[in-house]
Write a protein that binds this ligand. Structure first.
Ligand code: GDP
Ligand code: MG
Length: 163
């Protein structure tokens, strides 16, 4: 069956933008199951010769403030558990922030193949942030721009190595 790829990272790095870029609107579907997976979205991706299922994880706007951290953590853990490969996303413009670290820790602990994406890197604007991301110990960051569709070929090549 199709392998599963989970998009993981702190809020606002561009996970949902990447999800929409990869899935395309007409294939997107909303998962309304109750509990921690309530806000999760999953879709089907064809990227060149690759065909996989992709999971988005919630952002701030989708969670209740009082249980925000716990719900994001639980949802991220569930998505990582289900995934064959994790796409860990950072914001190359902002660089590495303390808020990235708990998500990076969950990814490291999972001991699954990881593709590290430095998003918002259109026009090489975020190159210094991408270099910072190397310090996560999750491999070479792949610079992409989910919003502008840049770096999708490199993303394909990185995924092809682990899928
Ligand atoms: P999420 O919380 O990780 O799902 O992030 P979103 O996909 O909601 O994006 C957060 C913000 O970053 C939005 O304002 C997006 O328009 C913006 N964004 C996402 N991808 C890019 C990108 O490649 N370049 C730039 N400059 N902004 C982006
Ligand atoms: Mg989102």
């Amino acid at each position: 069956s199709m392998p599963t790829v989970a998009i993981v990272g702190r809020p606002n790095v561009g996970k949902s933008t990447l999800f929409n870029r990869l899935v395309g609107r007409k294939l997107a579907l909303v998962d309304d199951r109750p509990g921690v997976t309530r806000d999760r979205r999953e879709g089907e991706v064809r990227l060149g010769d690759l065909h996989f299922k992709i999971l988005d994880t919630a952002g701030l706007e989708e969670a209740e403030a009082d249980s925000l951290a716990g719900r994001m953590r639980a949802q991220t853990e569930a998505a990582i558990h289900e995934a064959d490969v994790v796409l860990f996303v950072i914001d190359a413009r902002a660089g590495l922030l303390p808020a990235d670290q708990p998500f990076a820790e969950l990814v490291r602990r999972a001991d699954k193949p990881v593709v590290l994406l430095a998003n918002k890197a259109e026009g090489n604007v975020g190159l210094s942030g991408a270099y910072e991301a190397f310090g996560l110990g999750l491999g070479d960051p792949v610079p992409v721009s989910a919003e502008h569709g840049e770096g999708m070929g490199q993303l394909h090549d990185a995924l092809a190595e682990v899928l």
